[in-house]
Design a protein around this ligand. Structure first.
Ligand code: HEM
Length: 135
């Protein structure tokens, strides 16, 4: 038995965790904008770390199974650059931005970034939803 046999299960797990991660971020971001303290309490933060760690672990397993180098595969490189942007915007939206309008702006930009990563992954194309015709 090799790890390759688990490709489909790991990919499904990666996608499931992607959806869980995006949904939790959207809920926490809305919570922060509405002034809810729960969004930044330890249980929400811990759940978010756990989901994101599992998501990245599944991503690394997929890279290993598919023998892909993210630095030389354009759609994966684009995903990584946008992932870093998403993390920075997410941190601004939840915590670091100084005012509510700035947090709202960072929140919308982070969601757009997330959607762009999703489109890039689905199409295996660094242009993501700008790629035409869609694959
Ligand atoms: C917010 C972050 C991420 C999102 C939204 C995301 C989204 C997705 C989605 C939707 C798929 C399924 C694509 C398909 O249907 O073929 C996928 C697959 C994949 N992702 Fe991610 N992903 C994220 C992070 C990462 C990271 C950081 C890496 C590693 C650099 C990565 C590597 C992969 C690989 C290797 C596949 C499998 C592609 C294939 O089977 O052909 N992902 N991702």
């Amino acid at each position: 038995m090799t790890i390759t046999e688990f490709y489909l299960a790991i990919k499904a797990t990666h996608i499931g965790l992607v959806l869980a991660s995006g949904s939790l971020f959207a809920l926490r971001g809305l919570g922060v904008l509405l002034g809810s303290a729960t969004a930044m309490r330890a249980p929400a933060r811990r759940l978010s770390y756990a989901i994101d760690t599992a998501l990245l672990t599944a991503a690394v397993l997929l890279l290993a199974i598919l023998h892909l180098n993210p630095f030389t595969t354009p759609w994966l490189a684009a995903k990584l650059v946008l992932l870093v942007t998403y993390i920075v915007l997410g941190s601004l939206a939840l915590k670091r931005a100084r005012s509510r309008p700035h947090r709202a702006l960072a929140f919308c930009a982070a969601l757009l970034c997330f959607a762009a990563i999703y489109a890039i992954a689905r199409r295996h194309d660094p242009l993501g939803f700008l790629a035409w015709p869609p694959k």
